[in-house]
Design a protein. Structure first.
Length: 309
C-alpha cells in the first residue's frame, strides 16, 4: 500500500456540495473555527504550564487533552479549508492515511485522557486522605505514558493491517479520511481488519465507558452521603464538566463507528456524525473547562492580564 506506485494514487473525498456563493463564507468560517480552536487550546496549555498552582494531577492530566484536540483539528481543518477554496477534493493516498492515523490518535487520546481524569476525580472525592499517596508523580507519569503508549500502539497495528490491503477504488465515502472509509476502498479480505477494529472499539469505547460508569457511581454515592454542602457542590460541578465533555465525545465517536458498520445508515447522517467528532470536542473542551473549572478560569485571567498589560 505504501509503494511508489500507490503513493501516486489520488483519492476523491466526498463532495462538500457548496454553491459558489457559499465558498468563501465557508472558507472564512472554517479558518476562523480552526484558529479559535488552536488559540483556546494553546491558552489552556500555556496557562497550565506557566501557573504553579495548576501543577496538580488533575490539570497535568488535563494538559494532554488540548494536545490531542490540536492534533485532531490540524489533521482535519487545513485540508478542509484548502479544498473549500480550491474546490479540489483530491487527496493522495499517503496523505489520506496520515490524516486518518492522526484523527484516530486524536479520538483515542481524548477518550483515554478523559478516563484517566475520571480515575483522578474518583480518588480525590472517594479517597481524599489517600489522594497524595496514590496520585504521586510516579503514578501520574505512568498514567500519561500508558495513555499515549496504548493509543499509538493500537493505531500502529490498525494501520499496519490496513497497509497489507490493495486499494482498488478511489472514492472516499466521507468528508475526511478515516480507517473505515479507507478499508472500503480495498478489494481484499478485510475480516482481520474488522475483527481488530471491533477489538479497538472495545478497548477505546467499552473499556473507558466501564471505568466512567464505575467511578461516577462511586462519586455520586460519596456526594450523596457527604454532610458538607460546599464539598458536594464543588465535586458535582467538577464532575459535571468532565462528564459533559466525555459524553459529547463518546456518543459522537460510537455513533460514527457504528454508522460505518450498517449500510442502512444514511450517508448524510454518517458524514455529519463524523465531522461533529472533529469539530465539537476540540471547540468545546477548552471553553467548558475554562468557564466551569474555577481554578483554571482564574489562572487564565491572571495569565492574560500579566501578558497583555
Amino acid at each position: 500500500m505504501y509503494t511508489n506506485a500507490s503513493s501516486s494514487v489520488l483519492l476523491t473525498l466526498e463532495t462538500l456540495g457548496l454553491p459558489n456563493r457559499y465558498i468563501y463564507p465557508a472558507f472564512l468560517f472554517g479558518t476562523l473555527t480552526y484558529l479559535f480552536i488552536m488559540f483556546c487550546n494553546l491558552l489552556v496549555l500555556t496557562t497550565i504550564a506557566c501557573s504553579a498552582n495548576l501543577h496538580k494531577p488533575m490539570f497535568i492530566l488535563l494538559f494532554n487533552l488540548p494536545i490531542s484536540d490540536m492534533l485532531g483539528a490540524t489533521a482535519f481543518f487545513p485540508q478542509l479549508v484548502y479544498s473549500i477554496v480550491t474546490q479540489n477534493r483530491l487527496i493522495s493516498l499517503p496523505a489520506c492515511v496520515i490524516q486518518a492515523f492522526l484523527l484516530h490518535v486524536y479520538g483515542t487520546g481524548n477518550l483515554l485522557t478523559l478516563t484517566a481524569m475520571a480515575y483522578d476525580r474518583y480518588i480525590a472525592i472517594c479517597c481524599p486522605l489517600k489522594y497524595n499517596n496514590i496520585m504521586n508523580p510516579q503514578t501520574l507519569l505512568k498514567i500519561i505514558v500508558s495513555i499515549w503508549s496504548i493509543n499509538i500502539s493500537l493505531m500502529v497495528v490498525l494501520f499496519s493491517l490496513l497497509a497489507r490491503l490493495k486499494i482498488c477504488r478511489t472514492n472516499v465515502v466521507d468528508l475526511c479520511c478515516n480507517n473505515p472509509s479507507i478499508v472500503k476502498l480495498t478489494c481484499d479480505d478485510t475480516r482481520l481488519n474488522n475483527y481488530y477494529g471491533l477489538f479497538t472499539i472495545f478497548i477505546c469505547q467499552i473499556g473507558p465507558l466501564s471505568v466512567m460508569l464505575y467511578t461516577y457511581a462511586q462519586i455520586l454515592r460519596t456526594c450523596v452521603m457527604t454532610n458538607q454542602p460546599d464539598a458536594r457542590k464543588k465535586a458535582i460541578q467538577t464532575c459535571g464538566t468532565h462528564l459533559t465533555i466525555y459524553l459529547i465525545l463518546q456518543i459522537n465517536t460510537l455513533a460514527t463507528l457504528l454508522a460505518h458498520r450498517f449500510e442502512s445508515v444514511s450517508p448524510l447522517l454518517r458524514r455529519a456524525l463524523g465531522v461533529s467528532v472533529l469539530i465539537f470536542p476540540p471547540f468545546l473542551d477548552p471553553v467548558i473547562y475554562g468557564l466551569k473549572t474555577k481554578e483554571l478560569k482564574q489562572s487564565i485571567r491572571i495569565f492574560l492580564k500579566r501578558n497583555v498589560n
